[in-house]
Design a protein around this ligand. Structure first.
Ligand SMILES: NC(=O)c1ccc[n+]([C@@H]2O[C@H](COP(=O)([O-])OP(=O)(O)OC[C@H]3O[C@@H](n4cnc5c(N)ncnc54)[C@H](OP(=O)(O)O)[C@@H]3O)[C@@H](O)[C@H]2O)c1
Length: 346
């Protein structure tokens, strides 16, 4: 049953048209390079029409996986395809795993707080998600490869494996750096609660508490969580291969909207914390300075004691990265063995 005739799921003609038009999305985001107005997150503005941050993220980001799942389970039946190739399932699975994290766990379970956002941003992100999911969903559900023997899957086991590893690393990196930002607010929350208990002070809340992140790749890149997400979707594109144009368009469109947003964020940090701080500069000669800056900033916001506690926790985060490296080395060795075995078997 079609929810919207010829669109959900899409007819081939509509899907091809949408995929063509969707490539030009970076032209729309050109406006983001020119104007600083973006009423969401750090740059959110007060308005009675604002949507609560957590709810807004959960709703708009869920639109992608829900749309994709719907197309994935209805279009093949319409087209008379009995079974989709395992490569299609792999790509759909990766996409769904990402969005379980992004649309459910991150806003509704993990994030201590998220700034309210303008309904316009919410609608724009929703439109992005639905359009992108139709583009990807159409490809994976019948308009792309429809059998394991399709030339787009044949002889690509190595690339698919590499893409999968890159995708996993990107996702883990994105989660790790997201969590480093959460830790800043968790630390502020602990501090406030302790003071409330000790000094009978009211708990002010941790909305809009910001500090300069400093762990993991934040030492080198101010928007390390964005960077990791780009790695993740590059890996996903690698799984699909050069013929998988919806994966390429998704990657290009993400970068085209997130890069100007990151640069805008850098301007925001400079305005808030001053020009003399180091934002995501390489460790090398500046390591000591950057670390002191971060500690001072942290201490100023949450107090020296908490800064020390957080510093310890951050060290644990670095240990977490090492654990991830270890787990992935194990997976990589196991998978490559499995991969070789699969290749030998094929
Ligand atoms: N924005 C996009 O266009 C986009 C597109 C695709 C994927 N994503 C992914 O979605 C995730 C969230 O994106 P986003 O644009 O919302 O990222 P963000 O602006 O960095 O915010 C992420 C979360 O951390 C908090 N936060 C940010 N900087 C902080 C700091 N310096 N100190 C303390 N807390 C801080 C934010 O709180 P507030 O909300 O209160 O600022 C928010 O809860 C990222 O992993 C990103 O890769 C984003």
């Amino acid at each position: 049953m079609a929810v919207v005739e010829n669109w959900l799921p899409p007819s081939r003609e509509n899907w091809e048209w949408l995929c063509y038009v969707w490539q030009f999305f970076p032209l729309i985001t050109a406006a983001q390079w020119l104007i600083d107005w973006y009423p969401q997150g750090k740059t959110s503005t007060e308005s009675r029409w604002n949507v609560p941050g957590k709810l807004g993220w959960a709703v708009m980001e869920s639109a992608g996986p829900v749309t994709l799942l719907y197309i994935f389970f209805t279009l093949p039946k319409e087209l008379g395809i009995a079974e989709l190739p395992w490569g299609n399932w792999t790509m759909a699975g990766c996409y769904i795993i990402h969005y379980i994290y992004r649309a459910v766990l991150s806003p509704l379970v993990l994030n201590p707080s998220m700034s309210p956002m303008s309904p316009l941003v919410c609608l724009a992100m929703l439109a992005f998600q639905v359009t992108n999911a139709i583009s990807i969903g159409g490809y994976l559900s019948g308009y792309g490869p429809t059998s394991d023997t399709d030339y787009r899957w044949q002889g690509r086991a190595g690339w698919m494996f590499l893409g999968l590893v890159l995708w996993c690393w990107g996702l883990l990196g994105n989660m790790f750096h997201d969590d480093d930002l959460r830790e800043i607010r968790r630390a502020a929350d602990r501090r406030q609660r302790r003071e409330a208990a000790e000094q009978n002070k009211p708990v002010q809340g941790i909305d809009k508490v910001y500090m300069i992140p400093k762990n993991g790749l934040f030492k080198y890149v101010l928007y390390a969580h964005y960077f990791c997400e780009w790695i993740e979707w590059s890996g996903w594109f690698m799984i699909g291969g050069l013929d998988c144009h919806p994966a390429r368009t998704f990657l290009v469109n993400e970068i085209s909207t997130m890069l100007p947003r990151a640069l805008q964020g850098k301007r925001w940090y400079v305005e808030k914390f001053g020009k003399d701080k180091r934002y995501g500069t390489p460790k090398s000669a500046m390591a000591q300075g950057a670390s002191t800056v971060s500690n001072n900033t942290l201490a100023a916001a949450v107090g020296p004691d908490e800064a020390t506690v957080t510093e310890f926790k951050y060290t644990k985060h670095d240990t977490m990265v090492e654990s991830c490296v270890f787990v992935f080395q194990v997976i990589t060795v196991r998978s490559s063995t499995a991969n070789n075995a699969a290749d030998a078997w094929l």
